[in-house]
Structure formats: C-alpha cells, structure tokens
Design a protein around this ligand. Structure first.
Ligand code: IPD
Ligand code: CA
Length: 312
C-alpha cells in the first residue's frame, strides 16, 4: 500500500475542523429543529428497527450535525477518494470498519450540549488504518480549543494561540488508587434495561464512601461528549473515563490523542484488555509513570460481575 502522509491528513483535518466550528457557531441551536437520531421518521438514514430505539428524548440530532457531516465527507473524500468514511449521521446498521484507511467522524459530539448551548461540544475527526487510530483532531469551537494527535508524533492542545504538548504536566504523578481520581463517566442516551442499571450501580459505588464499600473517587464528571472526555484524560485533567454505549466516531480521534499522551484504552467490561474502536465499551486511563493497570483492575472490580452489552 502507498504510504499515507499522516501529517498532511492532520493538516487537512485541522482546516476542516475550523470550518466546521464556524458552521456550529453560526447556527443558533435553540432555533433549529432537532429530532431524535435513531427515529426513522426524522432521520431516514438511521433505519434502526423500533425495538432498538433508545429513549428518544435523550438522543438528539440537529440540522447542523447533518450539514457539518456533509461538508466534512465531501472535503475528505474529494481529497482522498480511495479512503473509506464512517460518520455518525450517515452510518447504517451493519456498516463495519475494515483495515482500509477510514475517516471516522462525529460532526458534533456533545449534541445535547450544543442544543442547550452548554459549552462542551466539538467536532471529532479520526483516521484509522488497520482498525487502529492514527490521526485525531478534536475542536471545541466555543472554547476555541484544538486537540490533535498523530501516531508516533505526540499529541497537543492549542488554546489562546498557545500549542502545548499533552499531557499538560511534564511529569504526571503516579496513579495510586481510585480514591485519588477524578472520573469521567456518562449516562449515555440509553436509559433503560441492564446497561442503565449497571451504570447506576457503578456510579453509586464509585462515589460512595469506603465505609459503605465504595471507591470514594474525588468526583464524577459527566461532560456530555465522549471525545472531550478522552482529551481531558489525555491532558491529565481527568484521570479516568468509563463509558458503554458510545460509538466509533465518539472515540476514534480521542483514542489517538490519548495514546500519544501516554494514556491507555482498554475495554469497559472487566477483563477486556483488547479494546476495539467499534467495541462500544471503553475505559481510558491517563498517562502516568505507574499505576495505570492497577486503576484498570480497580475499576473493573467496581463493575464486578456486571457486563454492559451493546450491539456493534
Ligand atoms: C454522545 C456523547 C455522550 C455520550 C454518548 C454519545 P453525541 O454523542 O458523546 O457524551 O454519552 O454515548 O453518543 O450524540 O453527542 O454525538
Ligand atoms: Ca454527534
């Protein structure tokens, strides 16, 4: 295969991310029509059978999500017509990631935040080769924060015109145990059944005191965007991120940025050391000179016998 110039792709993704940011800021979310992503009537490109529909009110999509994805796919595929493209708004059940170079794109991650003008939403642009993330670009236009990573070349955040290497601390502290951690976790859009019950149990156990058998983490943050959670872990501003139910486009770019910052990604279910982009259950740990695997084990112990189960 012809060698891919990852730097060139990174530069293109950065340009596209800024253009997408302008589209997002130009839209006034409260005046847009928004529907539920997986509702066949509002989004015919998302024909999930009715029994698979998540709680509709928690899974929003706006015209801007669709317009941004259209712009992004047009730009990317005209520059790289042989590459594949997986995007949240055009995904269809059964579409699978292959070993071919594939752009994996979430036009707006944190759509619920976008709709509420809560300032934690971004575009997430990833490139995977052989099913492994090799370039990641995540841009939050509201805060003008750009996160980037290229396999083997490190990851960075650019804010206020300053480009800083990740993690932000040059010498991150060792990870001791969960009780010293700030943990990112999300409710997700699926609010029924075993997965939701397990998440609720894990949230309670993470937060509760040691006397009550809990891990008593410093706190739990629900930022509302898997991509932004991952870059917070990459930056070292959050120690852990755990979620089940998100998708390849929520994690591909952030995964590259995380690993380039010394972080690790494993599966969100106990025992799953080999996470996959399409696995839908993820556990990310920040870069540290020691303790990463201990935190994984401790987190899995909190989950206990429970198992999240999502179709991929
Ligand atoms: C969602 C966000 C949210 C996570 C969901 C995702 P969207 O993506 O990342 O934080 O909990 O699992 O689907 O719908 O805002 O693109
Ligand atoms: Ca989205």
């Amino acid at each position: 295969m012809v060698e891919i110039n990852l730097q060139e792709i990174h530069d293109l993704l950065v340009t596209i991310a800024h253009e997408a940011g302008r589209l997002m800021l130009a839209a006034t979310p409260s005046h847009l029509s928004s529907g539920t992503k997986k509702n066949c009537k509002t989004n015919p490109s998302f024909p999930l059978p009715p029994q698979k529909l998540p709680h509709p009110a928690a899974d929003l999509v706006t015209e801007t999500d669709q317009a941004v994805e259209k712009m992004v796919s047009t730009r990317l595929l005209s520059a790289h017509p042989t590459f594949k493209f997986i995007g949240e708004e055009t995904y269809y059940p059964g579409q699978k990631l292959t070993d071919s170079p594939t752009f994996i794109v979430d036009p707006i991650d944190g759509t619920t935040n976008f709709v509420h003008a809560f300032p934690a939403f971004c575009i997430s642009l990833g490139l995977a080769v052989n099913k492994s993330p090799v370039v990641g670009v995540i841009y939050n236009p509201f805060l003008e924060e750009l996160y980037t990573g290229i396999k083997g070349k490190g990851s960075f955040v650019t804010r206020n015109g300053l480009k800083l290497r990740l993690p932000l601390k040059q010498e991150p502290e060792p990870l001791r145990d969960l009780s010293t951690c700030l943990v990112g976790a999300e409710w997700g859009s699926d609010r029924t059944g075993n997965n939701f019950e397990l998440k609720s149990k894990v949230f309670t156990k993470l937060a509760s005191s040691k006397e009550q058998g809990g891990a008593m983490v410093h706190s739990i943050r629900c930022v509302g965007s898997a991509a932004l959670n991952l870059v917070l872990v990459a930056a070292g501003q959050q120690d852990v991120f755990w979620e089940g139910g998100c998708w390849a486009w929520d994690v591909c770019a952030g995964w590259c940025i995380l690993v380039e910052a010394g972080g690790i990604m494993v599966g969100g279910n106990p025992g799953d050391w080999e996470a996959t982009i399409e696995g839908r259950k993820y556990l990310a740990i920040r870069g540290a000179p020691s303790g990463q695997k201990d935190i994984v084990e401790e987190m899995w112990k909190v989950i206990g016998d429970g198992k999240m189960d999502y179709e991929s």
